[in-house]
Design a protein around this ligand. Structure first.
Ligand SMILES: *Cc1c(COP(=O)(O)O)cnc(C)c1O
Length: 358
């Protein structure tokens, strides 16, 4: 008797493990494991969410019209070329399934976001990792791994969990080096946190090429992780493909309503960005004073090296603090620490000081 068998590649997937939120024995953990926005959602987004309760029996707008119009207005983009998703994760998965399949390759950088190899495998394709330089994506290495089987190149810019980024000039060089039939997906999940003037989220690349897509999320600076909301800015042909393969009501009504409200609260995003800048730099300085290596980050998290990351993680847990192990990203000696509230950052700094003094 043979049992139903999934397609080749599916059982090679190591399931994604999200950041934990509980600590044994602690009533309420300090959760710094998933890069969620430190200030939470805009009160206006919360209000829009609550206001929806009376309409839960209604299907959402399958075209997410109002939301796409709001995103377009906020970013100066054509709403027709925007496709919304249940988190940007969904869009990354749809792109893999629509553009890559058995026999194809999907290129990403060695310490790149884990969902790229996971979705590549789920589509039956082979994920191909390109080496990095100084925990930063390397344009030449990415281009070297592109061959006749390559269908997609994924680049998180800036990248999770390293916190590093490529300046727009490098991004342009990457695009210019790709064959016209290879899709470049620039995942700009942390774009709102970046304050460097040589950085671009990638809209400009999408405008000048037929093979570049930019993905964004409401899960990070907008603080709407629970609702699952992301979007992609695409060439018209790619938007058309995504609209064919997505499920008809892929973005729930609460996410659409809260997303529109969140976009309108520009001051909340500004506060979140300023808070992040202040407490990321403060936390990095405190941790460096302890003699630990903190990698440069333009995001809302820090990657910190330890002699024994498992031991440091266990110690932080004993203090009720949950951060992220990143062994699955090829970084077994590091921990990724999300920038939280002031009190949370002070607690992390105190706990780490205690840890190194032991
Ligand atoms: C968090 C994250 C996302 C996914 O965000 P969702 O919109 O919540 O699915 C995508 N890419 C990177 C690099 C991330 O860190």
């Amino acid at each position: 008797m043979s049992a139903p068998t999934p397609r080749p590649g599916i059982l090679a997937i190591r399931p994604y493990v999200g950041g934990e939120s509980r600590v044994e024995g602690a009533a309420r953990a300090i959760k710094l494991s998933s890069n969620e926005g430190a200030l939470g959602a805009s009160p206006k987004a919360m209000e829009a969410f609550r206001a929806l309760a009376g309409d839960l029996h209604r299907y959402p707008d399958g075209g997410a019209e109002a939301l796409r119009r709001a995103i377009g207005a906020r970013h100066g983009l054509d709403p027709q070329r925007i496709v919304c998703g249940s988190g940007s994760d969904e869009l990354i998965g749809l792109l893999c399934h629509a553009y890559a399949g058995p026999g194809d390759e999907v290129v990403y950088s060695a310490h790149g976001f884990l969902m790229y190899p996971i979705y590549a495998r789920s589509a039956g394709a082979v994920p191909v990792a390109a080496r990095e330089h100084a925990l930063t994506a390397d344009v030449d290495a990415l281009l070297e791994r592109v061959g006749p089987q390559t269908r997609i190149v994924f680049l998180a810019n800036p990248n999770n969990p390293t916190g590093s980024y490529l300046p727009v000039a490098d991004l342009e060089r990457l695009r210019a080096g790709l064959p016209a039939d290879v899709l470049l997906v620039v995942d700009s999940a942390y774009a709102e946190y970046v304050t460097r003037n040589d950085y671009s989220a990638g809209e400009g690349l999408v405008d000048v090429a037929d093979n570049v897509v930019m993905t964004r999320t409401f899960s990070k600076i907008y603080g709407l992780s629970a609702l699952r909301l992301g979007w992609a800015y695409c060439p018209p042909a790619v938007a058309d493909v995504l609209n064919r393969v997505r499920s008809p009501f892929n973005v729930n009504a609460a996410a659409q309503a809260a997303g529109v409200a969140a976009l309108a609260d520009v001051a909340h995003v500004e506060r979140a960005r300023a808070h992040n800048e202040t407490w990321r730099e403060w936390t990095a300085a405190r941790i460096r004073e302890l003699g630990l290596t903190v990698h440069p980050s333009v995001c809302n998290f820090l990657l910190v090296d330890f002699a024994d990351a498992a031991d440091a993680d266990a110690f932080l847990r004993s203090r009720g603090i949950v951060v992220r192990r990143v062994g699955a990203y090829g970084l077994p000696g590091s921990l990724r620490i999300t920038i939280g509230t002031e009190a949370e950052m002070r607690a992390v700094a105190d706990a780490l000081a205690e840890y190194v003094r032991r």
